[in-house]
Design a protein around this ligand. Structure first.
Ligand code: IMP
Ligand code: MG
Length: 175
């Protein structure tokens, strides 16, 4: 996919993101203290959020990753595919699933079912962003960074055609 033309309009600044992550880290520490904690990042979009979030959690934890795909060329295909799975057992452990953004909730629903089948002690979800759609989807997120309007955003891990992930803030591309 070619680099989109147009300006980037910042929506959430790097400072806002960092401040919110410190709050989330404190909440997570309180809720998931005791028991072994595994932070599970959903690649690729969550890698920057995860890197900052795990550093804001003081309790010891392990990190693992998985990858699903449902988007092609900025559009959801509706079909969620597991591309690769965890490399360690999460049975009887506390799991924090880390997402960049929850849009339709299809990927998250699939992932929760998948992880639940491995019988973790607790399974919680952190998502940097939630696209205002319906309360049912919001209810699946335990630690939500920011609620944003229903539009396509990039930066801080989120891409468009593979680009923009390295921006330290979240914005939208104006055509
Ligand atoms: P869902 O299954 O519709 O909730 O989509 C979830 C996945 O699609 C996210 O984890 C992202 O990887 C991708 N996605 C959804 N909305 C956006 C967006 O606005 N920008 C970039 N990626 C997005
Ligand atoms: Mg994703």
């Amino acid at each position: 996919m070619p680099h989109r033309k147009g300006k980037i309009e910042p929506l959430i600044s790097s400072e806002q993101i960092q401040a919110r992550i410190l709050e989330l880290g404190r909440e997570i520490e309180k809720d998931l203290a005791g028991g072994e904690l595994v932070a599970v990042g959903v690649l690729k979009g969550s890698f920057i959020f995860m890197a900052d979030l795990v550093r804001s959690i003081k309790s010891p934890l392990r990190c693992d990753f998985l990858r699903v795909s449902s988007y092609e060329n900025d559009r959801s295909t509706g079909v969620v595919r597991m591309e690769f799975d965890l490399t360690q057992s999460i049975t009887d452990k506390n799991v924090l699933l880390i997402e960049d953004i929850v849009d339709s909730g299809r990927s998250l629903r699939y992932l929760l079912k998948h992880l639940q089948s491995k019988r973790p002690a607790k399974l919680r979800v952190a998502s940097l962003l939630y696209k205002e759609l319906n309360p049912e989807v919001r209810g699946m997120i335990d630690y939500c960074g920011f609620t944003i309007p229903n539009e396509f955003v990039i930066g801080y891990g989120l891409d468009s055609g593979g680009l923009y992930r390295s921006l330290p803030y979240v914005g939208r591309v104006t055509e």
